[in-house]
Design a protein around this ligand. Structure first.
Ligand code: NAP
Length: 246
């Protein structure tokens, strides 16, 4: 198995890379700016028993996406698993106060970037186009169903779009030997909350969830790796919540 993970240098993507490494898989670890973090993940994947390479590229930029897939294929051959993971939030704000450039930034990566990543996957993995088939996992969010009022409705809406991509592409690519699923994390302890201006957000809100705590990146990664694997051979078009019941 050769897995390409966008945003594999930190958080959920990094945990997924490590779990894939433990299965002996080859992992192409994409990052945008934190080369040191990506190098550390590469070392961890190798230590776990897999192969890995770090690939710089902005998952919101078409040319970078193409180059990223080229670099991955050059390293380990055809990509058989694609984790469409790179995503951002912005500081909490009511919709009425949101500047346009903030909304554009979120939609550029979380919607346009995610969609272009899926287009590249469809072009390269589809059997009728010479691909080998495989499995795609899109990172959604519980925000897509909860709406994230007064925090980031823009982010929530971007993940709603991701959910629709999962449904549509699973129907297109089923006959192509490609399964397409999603994972919908709840409050997970990663750097994303600090990037939204509130490092403690996962704990502040996680204690109010039915399980009384936030989740770990590894707990989400386990679901992603399962969906990638042959153990999920009849699962397509679904999005699994890993949210502690939230
Ligand atoms: P994170 O800890 O903030 O890590 C973000 C990762 O994405 C980093 O590896 C970062 O690379 C990369 N990245 C950011 N912008 C990028 C770009 N333009 N191109 C390529 N890579 C880029 O995030 P996370 O919490 O693991 O989130 C991963 C996914 O899960 C996201 O789609 C997020 O929306 C979703 N999610 C997270 C939570 C949560 O509570 N954590 C909940 C629901 C959904 P660098 O290291 O180079 O900066």
């Amino acid at each position: 198995m050769h897995v390409l993970i966008t945003g594999g240098s930190r958080g959920i993507g990094a945990a997924t890379a490590r779990l894939a490494g433990a299965r002996g898989w080859s992992v192409s670890v994409n990052y945008v700016s934190n080369a040191a973090a990506a190098d550390e993940v590469v070392a961890q994947v190798r230590a776990a028993g897999g192969k890995a390479v770090a690939i710089q590229g902005d998952a919101a930029v078409e040319a970078d996406i193409t180059a990223m897939w080229d670099a991955a294929e050059a390293a380990f051959g055809p990509v058989t698993g694609f984790v469409n993971n790179a995503g951002i939030v912005a500081p909490g704000s009511p919709v009425a106060e949101m500047p346009t450039d903030r909304i554009e930034g979120i939609f550029r990566l979380n919607v346009l970037g995610a969609f272009l990543g899926l287009r590249e996957a469809a072009r390269r993995m589809s059997k009728s186009r010479g691909g080998t088939g495989g499995s795609i996992v899109n990172l959604s969010s519980m925000a897509a169903t909860l709406g994230a009022p007064n925090e980031y409705v823009d982010y929530a809406a971007s993940k709603g779009a991701v959910d629709t991509m999962t449904i549509g592409l699973s129907k297109e690519l089923g006959p192509e030997g490609v399964r397409v699923n999603g994972v919908r994390p709840g409050l997970i302890e990663t750097d994303i909350h600090a990037s939204g201006g509130e490092p403690d957000r996962a704990w502040r809100m996680g204690v109010t969830s039915p399980m009384g705590r936030p989740g770990t990146a590894e707990e989400v990664g386990e679901a992603i790796v399962w969906l990638l694997s042959d153990a999920a051979s009849y699962a397509t078009g679904t999005t699994i919540a890993v949210s502690g019941g939230r």
